[in-house]
Design a protein around this ligand. Structure first.
Ligand SMILES: [Ca+2]
Ligand SMILES: [Ca+2]
Ligand SMILES: [Ca+2]
Ligand SMILES: [Ca+2]
Length: 313
């Protein structure tokens, strides 16, 4: 779960020190509430309920008011004198694990407007990125010692699970992994693009070096990122390079920092559509018509996290 809590204050005559006392109280009160809430989360209660969030908001708000009021006289604060700061409003935006899971790269916008001494608008967007990690396991069925690997090269002395131990692997969509039997990225090799509860007799307990690449664009024959899929690195793919088949594409997984343009005709012409985020359905205009594709990176490396400064008006 991901949440954003916002308290909008308009600063008039309240001193900087008093405002800072309020800000410190807000941070401390929020931290205390989160620390108290997290241990209550269980499998049957994965997120706080709306009522629990309302209670948290009340307690945090009271703590901030107390802190500022301790500096400013309580009466001044409440009745305002017209020159004291006003609280314009509070906002709370939350994004559940369920809504973000499987929607990596999708923008979740949030916006709230307050009308109090003018109009105030807070807006932004939240993007969940694909988990930047493959997980390797010493035992079959994702058991035993494990290690998370982001994109990169891992030679034998970087394998925390040990040399010649790997037996199963989890790979997020759009990632590609090459397992090598020898140190130094050579010998028998296996290219893996999906979860394998058992990597097979050929390389079981033989992996000594690993190459991890991703995330890449993935095209799908069915809507909702389902059906036959094909991973596409940056490049141009004409009709005979579409492993999912001609006129089959219905959805595309596009990681942050990538763009894919699909064309209705072979040779990169005809109707086209460019997508820069996961697209569960390309729309009736392009569904089952794609005959060529151009895939490009729009930035060198995806950032670890992205946030846009909120817009205050
Ligand atoms: Ca093993
Ligand atoms: Ca080996
Ligand atoms: Ca289709
Ligand atoms: Ca076509």
């Amino acid at each position: 779960m991901f949440g954003i809590a916002a308290v909008l204050m308009e600063q008039d005559q309240t001193s900087e020190d008093d405002v800072n006392a309020g800000r410190r109280a807000l941070t401390a009160a929020l931290q205390k509430e989160l620390d108290a809430m997290i241990p209550t989360l269980t499998l049957g209660h994965e997120e706080p309920t709306p009522a629990e969030i309302d209670d948290m908001k009340d307690r945090v708000s009271a703590a901030v008011h107390d802190a500022v009021s301790a500096e400013v006289s309580v009466l001044d604060w409440i009745f305002g004198g017209t020159d004291m700061d006003n609280e314009i409003g509070t906002g709370f935006f939350r994004f559940s694990h369920a809504s973000m899971e499987g929607s990596a790269g999708t923008s979740f916008p949030f916006e709230q407007t307050w009308d109090d001494d003018g109009t105030w608008r807070l807006s932004g967007r939240v993007i969940a990125h694909d988990p930047a990690a493959v997980t390797i396991y010493a035992d079959r069925n994702y058991g035993g010692a494990s290690q998370r690997l982001s994109a990169g090269r891992y030679d034998v002395n970087q394998l925390a699970i040990g040399n010649d131990r790997l037996s199963s692997i989890r790979i997020p969509p759009g990632w590609s992994v090459i397992l090598f039997a020898e140190a130094g990225f050579w010998g028998d090799a296996l290219v893996v693009g999906r979860d394998l509860a058992f990597i097979g007799q050929t390389l079981d307990n033989r992996t000594s070096s690993i190459l991890v690449e991703g995330p890449f664009v993935t095209i799908h024959s069915d809507r909702g990122l389902q059906g036959i899929s094909q991973l596409l690195r940056a490049g141009k793919y004409d009709v005979n390079q579409l492993a999912i088949g001609n006129d089959r594409l219905s959805s595309i997984r596009v990681p942050h920092g990538w763009a894919a343009t699909i064309f209705s005709e072979s040779g990169f012409w005809g109707d086209s559509l460019t997508v820069t985020a996961n697209t569960g359905y390309v729309g009736s205009g392009m569904d089952n018509r794609t005959s060529s594709i151009v895939v490009a990176r729009t930035m060198m490396e995806p950032p670890v996290s992205e946030h846009h400064p909120p817009v205050f008006q």
